[in-house]
Design a protein around this ligand. Sequence first.
Ligand code: SAM
Length: 179
Amino acid sequence: MMDEDLNNAGIHERRPVKVGFIYLKDDDPRKATMKKLERFGMASITRLGSARGMVILTPYSERVILPSDSTLVKVRGICLIEGSWKRQDRFKTITGRYARSLPKLLAANPVNYGKLQILSSVEALAAALYITGYMDQAESVLSKFNWGVTFLRLNRDPLELYSKAMTAEDMRNMENEFF
Ligand SMILES: C[S@@+](CC[C@H](N)C(=O)[O-])C[C@H]1O[C@@H](n2cnc3c(N)ncnc32)[C@H](O)[C@@H]1O
């Protein structure tokens, strides 16, 4: 491999996973976690059409995210649905070819602290990044929130284990170990 190719390969490896979000404008924009990441240049609003080509995170997907989705995530990017949990009817039907749900985790954000599965968008994003091997980016997005580090602390053991799951069945068994 030529030096230039090696450099390009290195740059490609270091480039962060692309992060998008479908913005339903349900919540106060000052509180929406994806709007905050947008201000830091770490996420951008995505139209539904483009989002369908990304890995959409939704609790309604029957396919759980797995470590083997790492390349898919790198190539396609991750898309959150930034809407209110109180208006789930609005995002129930949003899905796509690469949609994934997350295994069970605890929320650490002040609105839903300690609740299972009711994650904020940034927590869901960080979990997906962690499970697929992008731990640095997971820490980096959470670092913008003063409770972000608590999410990793609260879920450290399950996340470590989930990041070794080979199959959806493995993942289910692992979830049962914790919750
Ligand atoms: C309902 S919104 C609420 C966002 C909140 N308003 C905020 O400021 O972060 C949370 C989003 O995170 C993702 N998410 C949360 N929990 C999830 C889970 N268990 N599985 C997959 N995605 C999840 C989904 O994209 C979901 O729409």
